[in-house]
Design a protein around this ligand. Structure first.
Ligand code: ZN
Length: 393
């Protein structure tokens, strides 16, 4: 299924532009008309991280006239392994500004619009309305559903991508011509089931593989060439080295883009819709959460505690809290860790940020360890408040 171009061509290309884009201009399918469409195009990249990096760099080089970048975060050293739009001297700078500088360096003809803010239900509609196409490089489910809902409600297409370890996926969601993200994934995964890249890791170069598919699809949509990835999900396995695409059908019962939609405006709270942690975990942590400083004072006072790190061995190897015993979350979920727990000590759990330890807390409390607690904010909070000299990840 080919689709009409999203953007009308600009009136003309300057002599400089003809020189710069000559390798596009001599491709018959792109040609002068296609390049003029790119010049007139307004594209927004949500996130200047792993996927946004190649996305913004190649969209800028390709000559997309207006490039928006929205990101509220600052560049961290652990980003540099994959977020190639930022350099060492950008550590500590807002990502949106750092990314904009790189875009200008690659192509000064691009008009860069910086949105150095969090994308929220209050601003998403207004921001999206100013663009022809959205490229979604977000790394969490709450933002992903919000991006989808806003795009569908505004009738705009967007190019979606997702990455984890060695696996990537990409698609184009455009409710007018095919399915939306909710047709593919009607419900967010149960909290705690799908680890984020911060928890599970991601091969840096995977960002380039999936990000380049996203740019490829963006250019096709803007110029109206080729077969866009509408109604197809591209699945990439970097270890096996194969790409396969599977058909995704529009769900007539989709609550957003189906025949009788029940979601006709943005949800009030996407975080709540996706749930940071399960209800059981929420219940378990209430009144049973301590801070990293509390843990430090318990250790300093030589209290009778048993500190358990529920992360994975490779995470424990990177950084761990002194005195913590490693027992990964899975061993609690399958029950094997329970019989080895001491009955005469107070159990204190921690993970990276507090989500996994909350799930484990629910398990051990129901196994009878009623006075067990977990460290809110996990090892990250320990590093921040107790020992900033430790490596973070
Ligand atoms: Zn749908």
């Amino acid at each position: 299924m080919s689709l009409p171009p999203l953007v009308e061509p600009a009136a003309e290309l300057t002599v400089d532009e003809v020189r710069r884009y000559s390798r596009h201009l001599i491709i018959p399918d792109v040609g002068m008309a296609g390049q003029k469409r790119l010049k007139n195009a307004k594209v927004l990249c949500v996130g200047a991280g792993g996927l946004g990096s190649p996305g913004l760099l190649y969209l800028a080089a390709a000559g997309v006239g207006t490039l928006g970048v929205i990101d509220f975060d600052v560049v961290d050293e652990s980003n540099l392994q994959r977020q190639v739009i930022h350099g060492q001297s950008d550590v500590g700078r807002p990502k949106a500004e750092s990314a904009a500088d790189s875009v200008r360096e690659i192509n000064s003809l691009v008009n860069v619009v910086i949105h150095n803010e969090v994308l929220t239900t209050d601003n998403v509609m207004e921001i999206f309305a100013g663009y022809d196409l959205i490229v979604d490089g977000t790394d969490n489910f709450a933002t992903r559903y919000m991006v989808n809902d806003a795009a569908v409600l505004l009738g705009k297409p967007y190019v979606w991508g997702s990455i984890y370890r060695f696996d990537g996926q990409a698609s184009v969601f455009w409710a007018e011509h095919g399915p939306c993200y909710r047709c593919l994934y009607p419900e967010p995964p149960p909290p705690g089931m799908v680890p984020s890249c911060a928890e599970g890791g991601v091969l840096g170069v995977l960002c380039a593989s999936i990000g380049s598919i996203q740019v490829n699809e963006a250019i096709k949509l803007l110029t109206g060439i080729g077969e866009p990835l509408v109604g197809r999900l591209m699945i990439y396995d970097a270890l096996e080295m194969n790409y396969r695409s599977v058909k995704v059908r529009k769900d007539p019962e989709c609550v957003l883009c189906g025949k009788n939609p029940t979601v006709t405006q943005l949800l009030e709270d996407y975080e709540a819709f996706c749930g940071a942690v399960s209800e059981e975990a929420q219940e378990a942590v209430s009144g049973s959460t301590i801070t990293a400083a509390d843990l430090k004072s318990m250790q300093d006072a030589d209290e009778n505690i048993y500190l358990i790190d529920v992360r994975e061995p490779n995470e424990y190897e990177i950084v761990s809290i002194p005195g913590a015993v490693l027992i990964p979350k899975g061993e609690f979920l399958n029950g094997s860790a329970l019989e080895g727990l001491p009955q005469d000590k107070k159990i204190v759990l921690h993970c990276k940020s507090g989500a996994r330890s909350a799930e484990v807390l629910a398990v051990i409390k129901s196994a009878g360890f009623a006075d067990a607690v977990h460290v809110g904010g996990g090892v990250l909070s320990w590093i921040k408040t107790i020992d900033p000299s430790l490596p973070t990840y």
